[in-house]
Write a protein that binds this ligand. Structure first.
Ligand code: ATP
Length: 436
């Protein structure tokens, strides 16, 4: 029997134990809202980012990737409205002094922690400010970007001038963003230092609806590729006061996290708000000249915005299973092979037989030509080695035994079914190649 629901604690402890994600600055007692990615976590994260980048940037002729500076001229954040309006309602308990986001509370007058009286809500700007250079005065204030999108808009003119793209086209960026969240919580779901994969897709004003639909479909397809089940994702059509003033339509992609149905990604039609605001504040023309009609206008934009940490958490929650295999309960991460941090593990049946070890090393070197992430494990018995790889999501285990020395075949064990087959090394290489 398979157990389907998984608690956040299970994932947090697996992530720490197996080297995916650690609390930030842990030996000093941590720092709220920060996490450090360990060896397996950083690889899983990069694999997710690379899949996104390959799919949405490299393999498309209409996309341009950039990597803009995290520190930007503060005028950019005045133009975008972040200096005046990027805030959440903060409320403090008069008794225990704990702070909460007022819009996240069921009862806005009583402290959910101590039952004390809550004070008045006030707006709290979430941008991290710092000082650039040696001057300490107001003029030296700069912000750590609260979203990667800002760097995209200020480079619109550069990309147009360098590449002369035809509409529709997009600019994409993966990078860090910083938000001084009032109450960081739920592991990597709400952090203060986050990573985003964002696209600004520029369109003619009359074409936004078709483009919005297209990106909607592409985002759902990307979720499926990551192994996130369709039934765990829900479209929330953002309406009324929740819709940002510049957006004509926004869909939040919500995921069923163990702590509730919460935003995973966003897809927004932002009209020409951003480019118009940057044009006004910078004094630079940010219009697009349509060669065919001679018309000049500010393109409108569709924004698919994906948080990397929230994605990785949804991937881990979706992949985690506990099942019975060979009379034992095991924990297994059924990660898609494309993003699994380790693609296969090679091991000699016995580690004290030099002829098996030598052959296994040879097999590993051959398979590493298909993909470098082929692990080696000769610790403990084979069953234990399999369990260790199951828990980190390695799709295949390959064992070299005495038959290998006789006829060149190895045992290939499949992570999900636990089934074992005898194959030649070339067949194993082809099997791995086909899924990564
Ligand atoms: P929320 O309402 O949950 O605070 P948001 O609507 O402010 O999120 P956006 O501004 O739309 O989020 O940011 C785009 C994406 O960036 C989100 O869909 C999410 O994946 C990610 N993201 C935003 N804030 C955080 C955070 N504090 N920690 C982790 N990821 C975040």
């Amino acid at each position: 029997m398979e157990k389907k629901t998984v608690s956040l604690d299970t994932i947090v402890s697996l992530a720490k134990r197996r080297g995916f994600i650690y609390p930030g600055s842990e030996i000093y007692g941590g720092l709220a809202g920060t996490f450090d990615y360990g060896p397996l976590g950083v690889t899983l994260k990069k694999n997710i980012e690379n899949l996104w980048w390959r799919q949405f940037v490299e393999s498309r002729d209409d996309m341009y990737g950039i990597d803009a500076a995290i520190l930007m001229n503060p005028k950019a954040w005045e133009a975008s409205g972040h200096v005046s309006g990027f805030s959440d309602p903060l409320i403090e308990c008069e008794k225990c002094k704990r702070r909460f986001r007022a819009d996240h509370l069921d009862n806005p007058s009583t402290c959910p922690e101590c039952g004390g009286k809550l004070g008045e809500a006030r707006q709290f700007n979430m941008m991290f400010a710092t000082k650039a250079g040696a001057a300490e005065d107001e003029s030296a204030t700069v912000y750590l970007r609260p979203e990667t999108a800002g760097g995209i808009f200020v480079n619109f003119k550069n990309v147009v001038d360098s590449f002369h793209p035809k509409l529709p086209f997009g600019i994409a960026q993966i990078g860090k963003a910083f938000r001084n969240e009032i109450a960081p919580r739920e592991f990597v779901f709400r952090v203060r230092e986050l990573e985003q994969m964002e696209i600004e897709y520029f369109v003619r004003p009359g074409e936004w609806e078709a483009s919005f639909e297209e990106w909607h479909g592409l985002m759902h397809a990307f979720a499926a590729e990551l192994g996130i089940k369709k039934e765990d994702i829900h479209d929330l059509e953002v309406e009324g006061d929740d819709l940002a003033h510049y957006s004509k339509r926004t869909i939040d992609f919500e995921f069923d996290y163990p702590f509730g149905r919460k935003e995973l990604w966003g897809l927004a039609y932002r009209t020409d708000f951003d480019l118009s605001a940057h044009q006004e504040h910078s004094g630079q023309k940010l219009e697009y000249l349509d060669d065919s009609t001679g018309e000049k206008f500010i393109p409108h934009v569709i924004e698919p915005s994906l948080g990397v940490g929230r994605t990785l958490l949804a991937v881990l929650l979706s992949a985690y299973h506990e099942d019975e295999l060979g009379g034992e309960t095991r924990a297994v991460l059924k990660l898609p092979a494309k993003i699994a941090p380790v693609k296969a593990m090679v091991s000699p049946l016995l580690k004290n037989k030099p002829e098996l070890v030598g052959k296994a090393r040879e097999v590993r070197a051959l398979l590493q030509k298909v993909h470098p992430a082929i692990a080696w494990d000769d610790n403990g018995n084979i069953g234990k080695r399999y369990r260790r790889q199951d828990e980190i999501g390695t799709p295949f285990c390959i064992t070299i035994d005495f038959d290998t020395l006789e006829n060149g075949t190895v045992t290939l064990r499949d992570r999900d079914s636990g089934e074992q087959e005898r194959l030649t090394v070339e067949e194993v290489a082809a099997r791995i190649q086909a899924v990564i």
